[in-house]
Design a protein around this ligand. Structure first.
Ligand SMILES: *[C@@H]1O[C@H](CO)[C@@H](O)[C@H](O)[C@H]1NC(C)=O
Ligand SMILES: *[C@@H]1O[C@H](CO)[C@@H](O)[C@H](O)[C@H]1NC(C)=O
Ligand SMILES: *[C@@H]1O[C@H](CO)[C@@H](O)[C@H](O)[C@H]1NC(C)=O
Length: 492
């Protein structure tokens, strides 16, 4: 299904423009006009529309209906890239057809198709990472690569090549949605697959060097540390890690009419062998994604308490979770152009003053600041948690929908589906929170098929990126191709 306003089977909701103040010069008034009626968010109709469009795209690439050349054909695929392939004159060229990628300031170190990472379905999704330093000071870095049919484990070698070490299959069915986080040396893996639960996997199993020669299919029965089965239907849309507190938070655990309303479900994982439900936050309904942290920042009232910044479809919502048995909503805020509040990240965990948010539907439906379909990132001043202020936006030079973003040292790593990994320098945020000083520092376009037409606001390409390895290797997982390992090269 191609996404456009004709595929929007919802009554478009026409609110009279309320008088929101202008916050970026007089360029754009802030007007709250939601994409759809509040009931269509609450019932899940809007989210279902996104999931159906994604499902249609995955069916299409798997059936290879549109791409008759066979590039997404699960039996053919694209050749791996196993050697350093620098970005030269705007392109990094791997072997074989359909293996050349637009880029700037990022070099390709390796590309591994999902099929070479043990997947039979060959469709990817989320990714996270884990690093281990031995007693003699040797650090090894590992990628946890989400796929429809399981999680592939890879080691990122010092050369930027990867070694496939094995995989943990899905606990039940395959699903387009799998999400992975790490607390300590345990991976927590949730999925939309019904009855899946959350797999708890001890990552020290990956330290066994025999896996480098002989990858292992781990057992969903005997190789799990535990399986958390406290979710209402076993499914979750994302899992969130509050590492400091050994707290895992499952979000989007339908049904929406269950006691936790598919909101935040708190799981105490202090003892990974016995994860324990510690409460839930139903107050603002469905939570699509979140970042949960101990709060350090200018809002003295909350200093040192625990909060979740949550992306709740039609709002940006902040919770006080200091009492897990009775969490409260500090604020729930609409914003200009809100279409599907999807995910976001604080700019600085040590001084939580700003946050960047991505909206998954503003580009598709050409709303708010995204009328030209260039990927739009929303800038929030969160210095007063009870009144977050949308101060401006950053607009990518490329047309695409945005998906997950993560931030480190002033750089924003955006996985913008068909325009790939886009790294945005946001270090000017405190000087100018309108975003006028943000700029694209680098990009690596993992989905060249739409380059000739200048990009498309459709699903496909980059799902998520893990940017936190000390080595500087950046891992981007894609829907249809596989795993890319890239690294910034500022010497272009
Ligand atoms: C893939 O490569 C082949 C051979 O070069 C080319 O004919 C085809 O158009 C490419 N497919 C896409 C979708 O770009
Ligand atoms: C917040 O708490 C930290 C650590 O206790 C302290 O260093 C900081 O000054 C406090 N900030 C404010 C705004 O009170
Ligand atoms: C936190 O960030 C705000 C906004 O940039 C700034 O005014 C404040 O001085 C910072 N606080 C600390 C302790 O650095």
């Amino acid at each position: 299904m191609k996404l456009n306003s004709a595929s929007l089977a919802l009554p478009l909701f026409a609110l009279t423009a309320s008088a929101w103040e202008v916050r970026r010069g007089d360029e754009h008034p802030f007007i709250h006009v939601p994409l759809a009626d509040v009931d269509d968010y609450t019932s899940g109709k809007v989210h279902m529309m996104i999931m159906e469009a994604m499902t249609a795209y995955v069916d299409e690439i798997r059936a290879d209906v549109v791409h008759a050349t066979g590039i997404f054909d699960p039996t053919l695929g694209i050749e791996p890239v196993t050697k350093y392939t620098p970005c030269i004159d705007g392109h990094a060229a791997g072997p074989g057809p359909n293996n050349t990628y637009g880029c700037r300031n990022l070099d390709l170190y390796s590309f591994t198709p999902h099929g070479d990472l043990g997947s039979k379905v060959k469709v990817g999704n989320d990714i996270w990472g884990w690093a281990h330093t031995s007693s003699d000071g040797v650090t090894r870095e590992f990628g946890l690569v989400g796929q429809m049919d399981g999680t592939a484990f890879v080691e990122v070698l010092p050369t930027g090549q990867i070694a496939y070490l094995g995989r943990l299959p899905t606990q039940t069915e395959t699903s387009i949605w799998r999400d992975i986080k790490v607390i300590g040396h345990y991976a927590y893996i949730g999925s939309e697959a019904p009855g899946h639960g959350i797999q708890v996997f001890d990552l020290t199993k990956l330290l066994d060097t025999s896996l480098l020669e002989d990858p292992k299919e781990f057992s969903i029965e005997t190789d799990l540390t535990s399986l958390y089965d406290g979710l209402p239907a076993g499914s979750s849309h994302n899992v969130v890690a509050h590492e400091e507190k050994n707290l895992l938070v499952a979000v989007g655990s339908v049904p929406r009419l269950s006691a936790c309303a598919a909101g935040l479900i708190f799981i105490d994982v202090s003892d990974p062998e016995n994860p324990v439900t510690a409460g839930c936050a139903a107050e603002d309904g469905y939570v699509h994604d979140a970042q949960c942290l101990t709060y350090y920042g200018p809002d003295e009232k909350y200093n040192g308490t625990d909060v979740c910044y949550s992306f709740n479809e039609d709002t940006f919502t902040i919770y006080d979770i200091s009492d897990l048995s009775s969490p409260t909503v500090i604020s729930a805020t609409f914003y200009h152009g809100v279409s599907y509040s999807h995910q976001g990240w604080v700019f600085d965990e040590k001084n939580q003053s700003y946050l960047l948010l991505n909206d998954e539907y503003d580009e598709v439906f050409t709303r708010g600041w995204a009328t030209d379909q260039k990927t739009t990132t929303y800038i929030w001043d969160i210095m007063d948690l009870s009144r977050p202020v949308l101060t401006g936006y950053y607009k990518s030079p490329a047309v695409a929908i945005d998906h997950n973003l993560y931030i480190q040292d002033g750089l924003v790593y955006e996985s913008n589906y068909r325009s790939g990994l886009r790294i945005v320098d946001a270090s000017s945020i405190a000087d100018d929170p309108t975003g006028a000083g943000f700029f694209e520092a680098a990009f690596f376009d993992v989905h060249p098929e739409d380059d000739a037409i200048g990009g498309e606001a459709q699903f496909g390409g980059a799902w998520s990126t893990y940017p936190y390895f000390k080595s500087g290797y950046i891992l981007t997982n894609t829907l249809e191709r596989g795993l890319f390992v890239v690294k910034l090269n500022k010497t272009e």
